[in-house]
Design a protein. Structure first.
Length: 198
């Protein structure tokens, strides 16, 4: 079956830069398992989620990833892969809402730059997040939303008491698709420590 894996080399590189054998991977867009074969086969545990019923593998659950997250959360995942078609924003929000551990690694693909419809969907998603400046929505509409996306990630993290501790982002050729990786850590302990020292 044909799965659009875009610039596979960059995708693999960005994942390998972050993943280790001790990671427990939740792969929300599992597809044909190219990332599993190249990056995750030696990990401690792997669970893939895939909407297409034709894709059947032992470690892949057939489901829409948003419903899966509603029903199961992220479990004990230490590494979440959001290799999305279009915008990865909805999945990112649900992952953060369901994250209970102190830290998490996340890789993402965001094709939001491809066409107006996808940009529009990101603009709509941003409209539901707190304190989004109208000029940020304008940025989206004008095709330059790297900063907007980073701010969106940061705000979603802050809302769920996390902060981004490392962030890396690269583009597929002609800037059409973004590939990114980040590590996040909870701010809960920081808050507790701050309160103690008052
Ligand atoms: C870009 S491909 C992912 C490729 C995959 N990472 C790999 O290594 O082969 C996107 C995959 O996500 C699936 N998909 C799209 N929307 C989904 C959803 N809402 N929930 C689960 N899977 C979805 C598509 O059917 C497709 O197989």
């Amino acid at each position: 079956m044909q799965i659009d894996n875009g610039d596979t080399k960059s995708k693999i590189k960005i994942r390998r830069s972050l993943v280790t054998n001790s990671d427990i991977v939740l792969d929300l867009f599992a597809g044909n398992g190219e990332m599993f074969n190249s990056c995750y086969s030696n990990c401690k545990k792997y669970t893939g989620i895939e909407i297409k019923k034709e894709i059947v593998r032992d470690n892949v659950v057939t489901s829409d990833n948003l419903s899966y997250l509603d029903n199961n959360g992220i479990g004990d995942a230490t590494f979440v892969d959001i290799d999305a078609y279009g915008s990865c924003a909805k999945q990112f929000i649900k992952v953060l809402e369901n994250c209970k551990s102190d830290s998490l690694k996340i890789v993402f693909t965001d094709g939001g730059k491809i066409d107006a419809q996808r940009r529009q969907s990101l603009v709509k998603e941003l409209a539901h997040t707190d304190n989004v400046d109208p000029s940020e929505k304008l940025f989206c509409a004008y095709y330059v939303y790297d900063d907007v996306l980073k701010r969106f990630f940061a705000k979603t993290c802050a809302k769920n008491m996390y902060h981004i501790t490392s962030f890396y982002m690269t583009h597929k050729d002609r800037n059409q698709v973004l590939y990114g990786a980040m590590t996040i850590e909870t701010t809960r302990q920081i808050k507790i420590n701050q309160n103690k020292s008052k």
